[in-house]
Write a protein that binds this ligand. Structure first.
Ligand code: NAD
Ligand code: UDP
Length: 319
């Protein structure tokens, strides 16, 4: 009998994983952070080392793992287009082999397991806003496919383990999330624009900037993860977790320019292949099943994120 719930977080040294580890510790859980540091960093979790009930394990989840835990949060996977396209075969592997290994682990120890899926399963959506019943519009052979199809296959595996082996599963479809500890060079739009603005460098708008995204602050998302994991076993998801506030990329750039007081100008670059034109979550399922909706407005979340990157750049520690 264990007094504390033992939670494994794969990808625990990444942006979302490090916030999740921190929050789980605050909730009094025993945390095993598993990461191979592909895109994550010790810097994200160094403040947790030495905390009782926090344990760090360097491990690549495409290889089997034998540990004893009660819950698994499966976040391991590079998330930004630059990172996941750097080694696309490894991206598919982490989603397919990695998920099989973590599902196998969950099956052996009878753990509940949550998958960090993504709005990318909807591809370049033809339905707006996206609700969970939409099957998506995904290119199976493009540059984004390793991630999109990898995540779709991971969802298939989760549901087959659920049906075939009665595993307790939870699938969260995460929409663009931002906040402190995003990697400064991972090319995602919020980190790119803030770092460019703080350095008075040109702000890179891909396409004409009319494409939309809906940005969720990290603390809101982590609250959603916990509510989902603690929800009744019958509720498996998939469930959208994101902020329905929708902005064009140009609006985001303008907001960041105004908030940083930068001298940066715009520079227009080609729109990357298969870049979705619009994205906005329908979160009615999360609201009704989890009593969850995001609370942090974009301006407040951006303020915290700008302050984080400002400190990071000043410390000269952003590599
Ligand atoms: P991130 O790149 O900061 O974190 C991913 C972590 O996984 C890193 O620490 C990395 O080192 C680790 N990792 C990668 N391959 C691994 C492997 N084989 N074994 C062990 N660890 C491995 O990205 P993030 O934004 O924190 O995303 C976390 C998860 O959430 C990912 O699965 C991502 O697909 C999903 N997600 C994120 C967003 C978002 O907006 N941040 C949106 C949708 C989905
Ligand atoms: N984007 C941009 N400039 C940048 C980085 C991204 O205009 O410097 C655009 C990108 O083309 C996309 C949107 O911002 O339309 C969000 O990109 P991100 O890589 O953050 O996430 P995703 O495309 O996976 O939603």
């Amino acid at each position: 009998m264990h007094l504390k719930k033992r939670c494994a977080v794969t990808g625990g040294a990444g942006f979302l994983g490090s916030h999740l580890c921190e929050r789980l510790l605050k909730e009094g859980r025993d945390v095993l952070c598993i990461d191979n540091f592909y895109t994550g960093s010790k810097r994200n979790i160094v403040h947790l080392l030495g905390t009782p009930y926090f344990e760090l394990m360097r491990h690549d989840i495409t290889y089997p793992l034998y540990v004893e835990v009660d819950e698994i949060f499966n976040l391991a996977c590079p998330a930004s287009p630059i990172h996941y396209q750097n080694d696309p075969v490894q991206t598919t592997k982490v989603n397919v082999h990695g998920s099989i290994n973590m599902l196998g682990l969950a099956k052996r120890v009878k753990a509940k397991i949550m998958q960090a899926s993504t709005s990318e399963v909807y591809g370049d959506p033809k339905v707006h806003p996206q609700e969970e019943s939409y099957w998506g519009h995904v290119n199976p052979i493009g540059l984004r496919s390793c991630y999109d199809e990898g995540k779709r296959c991971a969802e298939t595996l989760f549901f087959d383990y659920h049906r075939q082996h009665r595993l307790k599963i939870k699938v969260a479809r995460i929409f663009n999330t931002y906040g402190p500890r995003m990697h400064p060079n991972d090319g995602r739009v919020v980190s790119n624009f803030i770092v460019q603005a703080l350095q008075n460098k040109p702000i890179t708008i891909y396409g004409d900037g009319s494409q939309t995204r809906s940005f969720c602050y990290v603390d809101d998302l982590i609250e959603g993860f916990l509510r989902l994991m603690d929800s009744p076993d019958e509720f498996t998801g998939p469930v959208n977790l994101g902020n329905p506030g929708e902005f064009t990329i140009m609006e985001l750039a303008e907001k960041i320019r105004e908030m940083t007081g930068t001298k940066s100008e715009w520079v227009f670059k080609p729109l990357p292949q298969d870049d979705p034109i619009m994205r906005k979550p329908d979160i009615s399922l999360a609201e009704s099943k989890l009593g969850w909706k995001p609370k942090v407005p974009l301006a407040e979340g951006l303020r915290k994120t700008i302050d984080y990157f400002d400190d990071l750049l000043r410390s000269g520690n952003s590599g």
